[in-house]
Design a binder for this molecule. Structure first.
Ligand SMILES: C[S@@+](CC[C@H](N)C(=O)[O-])C[C@H]1O[C@@H](n2cnc3c(N)ncnc32)[C@H](O)[C@@H]1O
Length: 296
């Protein structure tokens, strides 16, 4: 006997209607919307604007289904309830982050990194240190830190004794798990220059990152807004790309100042092409498009 799909309940029909552009009040009141977005802001610094109501609803639809909740108002009540608030935080954050990324995003920045590596490495050696340290501070699914590691590997392979590492962090535990697998679909490779393709090895219908590159990268969860940055040593280069755009002015300034504390003087900070550190002119000096030198 053929099994029929279960019929949507009245509540889930209302959610489906709202997601198709119908009235949202029935399933997500203004109050509930504010409860949910203010919790996301408190947890991560991510600002969810009024116009992002549908986005929030579609991102949380799966979580509501998993919990068997009738609508977003019930979800807001769950967040306000001490018994669930802490355990729900991780799911909420993972659902509401935006994780778009790809290999060699903004390729010109990686050309600058290639050009700057000899100088950065010479400073490591001159200071009697062993390892050049680069931090990918909102690494998403891993394409950015693996891109950095490919550039680093090609450089250290030509310099006997040179050592380098990439610390890759994000607040979202789902993307970190995906990044650690190091497996990607071939659609994500269009910007990878020919000289770096050997680091992405065919595997079934996708590619895996070469172990030599994976070995340079360590992944950890770090919340830029709320965690203290506990590094053993300051970092030489920081990639802080396409994450400041989600924060308000207060949040940006908070993150950028904390980051300045763990950066080496003379080190470099790469931001996204629509982001800027010009408001922190006494801490960072613009050197190239969206690339700043750390001043101390
Ligand atoms: C659009 S992706 C940027 C990925 C990569 N840096 C790039 O430019 O391609 C933004 C990332 O920032 C992360 N993020 C957002 N708020 C964060 C926070 N408070 N702490 C750490 N990571 C955060 C998200 O989880 C997401 O993976």
């Amino acid at each position: 006997m053929q099994r029929r799909p279960p019929r949507a309940s009245g509540a889930s029909q209302a959610i489906a209607r709202a997601l198709r552009g119908g009235a949202t009040d029935e399933v997500l009141s203004d109050h509930s919307f504010d409860v949910i977005r203010s919790r996301v802001y408190a947890l991560t610094g991510i600002v969810i604007a009024e116009r992002k109501r549908y986005l929030l609803m579609s991102r949380l639809a799966g979580r509501l289904r998993a919990l068997g909740l009738e609508d977003y108002n019930a979800y807001a009540r769950r967040l306000a309830d001490d018994a669930h608030a802490t355990s729900e935080a991780g799911y909420l954050v993972n659902a509401l982050t935006t994780n778009e990324t790809y290999f060699f995003r903004e390729p010109r920045q990686f050309e600058v990194l290639e050009q700057q590596l000899p100088k950065l490495h010479a400073r490591v050696v001159a200071a009697g240190r062993r390892t050049l340290r680069i931090w990918s501070a909102a690494c998403s699914t891993g394409e950015e830190p693996y891109t950095i590691a490919m550039v680093l590997h090609r450089f250290i392979a030509s310099k006997p004794g040179a050592k380098a590492m990439v610390l890759a962090t994000d607040v979202d535990t789902n993307v970190l798990a995906q990044a650690q697998r190091g497996r990607y679909s071939t659609e994500r490779l269009s910007l990878v220059p020919e000289r770096y393709r050997r680091y992405l090895q065919p595997d079934g219908d996708g590619v895996v990152v070469h172990p030599l590159v994976r070995g340079l990268v360590g992944f950890h969860q770090v919340n830029l807004m709320n965690d203290a940055f506990r590094f053993q040593e300051p970092v030489d280069v920081i990639f802080l790309r396409n994450v400041l755009i989600y924060f308000d002015a207060k949040g940006k300034s908070r993150v950028v100042r904390k980051l300045h504390e763990v950066a080496r003087p003379g080190g470099l900070v790469f931001v996204g092409s629509s982001e800027s550190l010009l408001r922190e002119a006494e801490r960072f000096k613009l050197r190239h498009d969206a690339i700043y030198e750390v001043i101390k």
